[in-house]
Design a binder for this molecule. Structure first.
Ligand code: HEM
Length: 483
């Protein structure tokens, strides 16, 4: 099988700063070596797949508990300290058990529809915050670096759903406890982005480590962060990540003591049903928060950027909202199917900027892919960025054309393997419906309230890989009141 050798990879990644360009390297290597190629790192290798049908074949052949990457050292660390893993890092039977509990409450659109009201309260605060921020600018309209704002929105939104409480991220004066919480999370995000959530990248790191190119395995770096981070040290008492879970537990206890019925969302269900241990609940709440904030905020930032750059698309979206929902009607989850264009905007945004440009799988049986025998236990890298930009899969692939998703019921197809930003199958993103709810409702209300325009302060924004696919520079946009 063709592919880059160790020397070439060292040159590409270290000399030419390839870690920030993983998405481009996928495309480049696909052009050079074909849709299936083997990257060598010393004695180890990764097989990369950049073909829609081959990706489909791999994902359709998955067993009961698919594995993204070899997590042995991570697992050993958790075992050593008696700490529970969350869904992202768990494997085998433990993963199956947790997934089957968590999926009951958040995997279907109707499961998350109940959170519309809570998310809308957060969006009302987001809009207030936009008014405050733009009033501080000379033109009275610009918000600089919208991702900062959307980070706070996503954190507040996801916490509202997961912890069933508000953090105050969008207030003018953020509560001190929340400031500390955001700081702890930011530290973890920076570690997390280059490790757990970027399996494609972590395979590269692990292989480099195996080839003794790195002094320490990457996991050790993350393990150190875990030890020193106040947030993720789940078992050590009074930490910010636990406070919200513990508060909920106390509230439930007091309701029970008073003979009241207990109702609530996911966290309440987990605490009452006791299907997961408290340690597992802490671990999963933290991992879901980590997995859910940056992904959602980057996607929202890219969507706003694309809409600002394409006023004609934005106008069509606005007209659809005005005609099918109403100019001032606050949307809820069941309004979203009436607005196919807003759904298409999200799908097209994620095609052009898939937050996870690549994903990993360890094969659980021998497979023949593209004519090659791939033995059980091989680390695969699924090159979603490359398939998203392939002209074979999407005509005029470089252009933002949300309407392409409106044809032939494309919106509801989950099996368009050219663009699967949330993954596919049993190990796909468990937070997909939460992310969609937060993004759809926010986009609808932002477009109802504002005409979103490119600010003269905005340079063209290119993507860079920092674990996730992130905006390479700050996105500044003008939020003009809609007349
Ligand atoms: C636009 C937003 C998001 C995108 C694009 C995204 C994408 C992904 C992808 C590609 C995976 C890997 C799937 C696979 O291996 O097949 C994943 C896994 C995961 N995501 Fe998301 N995600 C998003 C938001 C969220 C949110 C909001 C949450 C939680 C509230 C979340 C929680 C998770 C978890 C826990 C996993 C691991 C699932 C498992 O291993 O069983 N994600 N996500």
């Amino acid at each position: 099988m063709p592919g880059p050798n160790t020397l070439y990879n060292l040159y590409e990644f270290f000399w030419k700063d390839g870690f920030g360009r993983i998405h481009e390297i996928q495309q480049k290597h696909t052009q050079e070596y074909g849709k299936i190629f083997k990257s060598h790192f010393g004695p180890q290798f990764v097989v990369s797949i950049a073909d829609r049908d081959m990706v489909a074949q791999v994902l359709r052949a998955e067993g009961r508990a698919p594995q993204r990457a070899n997590m042995e050292s991570w697992q050993e660390y958790r075992d050593l300290r008696g700490r529970a893993t969350g869904l992202i890092s768990a494997e085998g039977e433990q993963w199956l058990k947790m997934r089957s509990v968590l999926r009951q409450k958040i995997l279907k659109p109707k499961d998350v529809a109940v959170y519309s009201e809570g998310v809308n309260e957060v969006i009302a605060d987001l809009i207030k915050r936009i008014h405050t921020l733009r009033s501080q600018e000379e033109d009275g309209e610009t918000v600089t670096n919208v991702n900062n704002l959307f980070f706070k929105y996503s954190m507040e939104g996801v916490a509202t759903i997961l912890y069933e409480c508000r953090l105050g991220c969008l207030e003018n004066n953020i509560p001190q406890q929340t400031v500390e919480y955001i700081e702890a999370l930011e530290l973890m995000f920076s570690m997390f982005k280059t490790t757990m959530y970027a399996e494609y990248l972590s395979c590269v790191f692990d292989l480099l480590a195996a080839a003794s190119i790195l002094q320490q395995p990457l996991c050790a770096e993350l393990q150190h962060a875990l030890q020193s981070s106040p947030l993720l040290a789940e078992s050590s008492g009074d930490k910010p990540g636990q406070i919200h879970v513990d508060n909920k537990l106390k509230a439930i206890q007091s309701q029970l003591d008073q003979g009241e019925g207990v109702h609530g969302g996911l966290l309440t269900h987990l605490l009452v049903s006791k299907e997961l241990t408290l340690e597992e609940i802490y671990a999963n709440m933290t991992e879901m928060l980590l997995a859910g904030v940056d992904t959602t905020s980057f996607t929202l930032s890219w969507a706003i950027y694309l809409l600002a750059k394409h006023p004609e698309v934005q106008q069509r979206v606005y007209e659809e909202i005005a005609n099918k929902l109403g100019k001032d009607q606050v949307p809820v989850a069941h309004d979203v199917p009436k607005l196919p264009l807003i759904r298409a905007v999200l799908k097209e945004t994620l095609r052009l900027y898939p937050v996870l440009p690549g994903n990993g799988r360890v094969t659980q049986k021998d497979l023949i892919i593209g004519g090659y025998l791939i033995p059980k236990g091989t680390q695969l890298a699924l090159c979603h960025y490359a398939t998203s930009y392939s002209e074979e899969n999407f005509s005029v692939a470089n252009e933002f054309r949300p309407e392409r998703w409106l044809r032939k019921d494309n919106l509801d197809r989950v099996d368009n393997f050219g663009s699967i930003p949330f993954g596919y199958g049993i190990r796909s993103c468990i937070g997909k419906r939460i992310a969609e709810l937060e993004i759809h409702l926010a986009l609808i209300q932002l477009i109802q309230n504002f005409e979103i325009k490119v600010s003269p302060k905005t340079e063209p924004v290119l993507a860079k890989t920092h674990g996730l696919l992130t905006p390479g520079n700050s996105i500044n946009v003008r939020f003009s009141d809609r007349k």
